[in-house]
Design a protein around this ligand. Structure first.
Ligand code: GLR
Ligand code: MG
Length: 425
């Protein structure tokens, strides 16, 4: 049995383009946490998760108590991490500027941290046994995992010119179609999701119609992150519902989602109103959600994602996959877990094509809109220590970017910008 001799947590800042959403715009740099777990066999496993300071604090405390523990005791990680939070209040934030992923409470914070340690443990265990992570999860049922092209309204550059990339602005239907065309040409995506909630629904309806015209038959999704009232959501469903494979979080909250469902019959997906196990019963009972967008980070890891899949299967609810800004370690973990869930029948989301940097030596390549499932031991990716060091140096140099805040980033351009209250329309 391998024992953990060291767990290391490295905070980094990665470049991020000026992607717009209902709250504001992405900052030029976004925080991530990279976890390494070393065993007494001399093997190191790696994991990745959110990097905002409250995640980082828990990750550092969990890393401190791991040496001496059995590598395989992954089911005990949650209790260990919880113990590090003793005395903290379980403050629930319904909506906060650090990313549009629903409620924020201690359980979700802990699960988000634990997931990186679970993935690092699985990577180390895989390297020790010579087995890929998907084998440790029961074996893949597909060799390739489909991803959808994640389109954003965006500016060409950040106001101060930081973190430049070679993409044009996309602020109208033509810009969105041009972006989708480049995604299709470069990565082969055959389905698209447009991040909405940026402009009035009529403008986003026009973008969806333009996409449907340019890419006939492609599955499309529109996600305003709860930015619309029930009335606006119904209007959008009437206008473009038949062009969309699902509407993602058209309106905020279970009651509103249930009403939109009842009035339109539209298929509704969420990564906002069902993001913890505790939110499942009410939402499923009220038929507020027909597709849950899993995210192995905040659901608590790869095993927890399979538990969620079983729950969704039991209740006849679909499963797809959410993403926030992430690098290749997370993409590898997402691909392994997606490969073992038989009824994950939608293309997964990934922000990865927007990232110009990585901490793995051979970043993944999307071909035909998919990622090959690796059969190499562990995750099948190697840490690039030079890149990790450089991105950590940036984290040290930029304390102003250590917490994601899309509202603050927007304020740099629009000084009067305040966190929009939902619904915006
Ligand atoms: O599907 C989603 O709602 C997301 O990916 C949430 C993210 O925060 C997204 O809106 C973003 O990156 O701006
Ligand atoms: Mg969403």
């Amino acid at each position: 049995m391998s024992r953990i001799v060291r767990a290391t947590v490295t905070p980094i800042l990665i470049s991020d383009p000026p992607l717009l959403n209902v709250l504001g715009v992405h900052q030029p740099y976004t925080p991530r946490t990279i976890v390494e777990i070393e065993t007494d066999d001399g093997v190191t496993g790696i994991g990745e998760t959110y990097g905002d300071t409250d995640y980082l604090d828990v990750a550092r405390k969990l890393a401190d108590v791991l040496p001496g523990r059995d590598l395989t005791s992954m089911n005990g990680l949650y209790a260990l991490a919880s113990a590090t939070l003793t005395g903290a209040t379980d403050e629930v934030k319904e909506f906060d500027p650090a990313g549009l992923r629903g409620t924020r409470n201690n359980e979700k914070l802990i699960r988000s941290v634990v997931s990186a340690f679970e993935v690092a443990s699985l990577d180390a265990l895989g390297k020790t046994t010579g087995l890929p992570v998907h084998c440790l999860l029961g074996g893949k049922v597909r060799d390739r995992v489909d991803y959808s092209g994640y389109l954003f309204y965006r500016w060409a550059e950040h106001p101060d010119g930081e973190a430049p990339d070679d993409w044009d602005a996309a602020l109208d239907p033509d810009g969105v179609v041009r972006q989708a065309q480049r995604f299709a040409d470069d990565y082969g995506f055959t389905s698209f999701k447009l991040k909405g909630g940026v402009f009035a629904p009529e403008e986003e309806i026009a973008a969806v119609k333009a996409l449907a015209k340019a890419f006939p038959g492609y599955p499309l999704r529109l996600d305003p992150n709860g930015g619309w009232s029930v009335e606006a959501s119904v209007r959008v469903a009437e206008e473009v519902g038949d062009l969309l494979e699902y509407m993602e979080d058209p309106t905020a909250g279970v009651a509103g989602m249930a009403e939109v469902r009842e009035r339109t019959g539209a298929v509704l997906a969420t990564n906002m109103c069902v993001t913890t196990f505790g939110e499942v019963p009410e939402a499923f009972a009220k038929d507020a959600v027909q597709v849950v967008l899993s995210d192995h980070h905040y659901w608590g890891g790869l095993h927890a994602t399979r538990e969620l899949a079983a729950l969704c299967r039991t209740y006849g609810v679909g499963l797809s996959m959410h993403s926030n800004t992430h690098l290749g370690i997370s993409l590898a973990a997402m691909t392994h877990v997606a490969s073992v869930i038989p009824d994950l029948s939608y293309a997964c989301d990934s922000h990865r094509p927007w990232q110009t940097e990585d901490v793995i030596t051979e970043p993944h390549r999307f071909t035909g809109g998919a990622i090959e499932v690796s059969d190499a031991p562990g995750l099948g990716v190697e840490l690039d220590r030079d890149a990790l060091g450089a991105l950590h140096e940036r984290w040290l140099a930029r304390p102003d970017m250590r917490d994601r805040d899309d509202v603050a980033a927007m304020r740099k351009v629009h000084p009067d910008w305040v966190q929009p209250s939902l619904p915006r329309w």
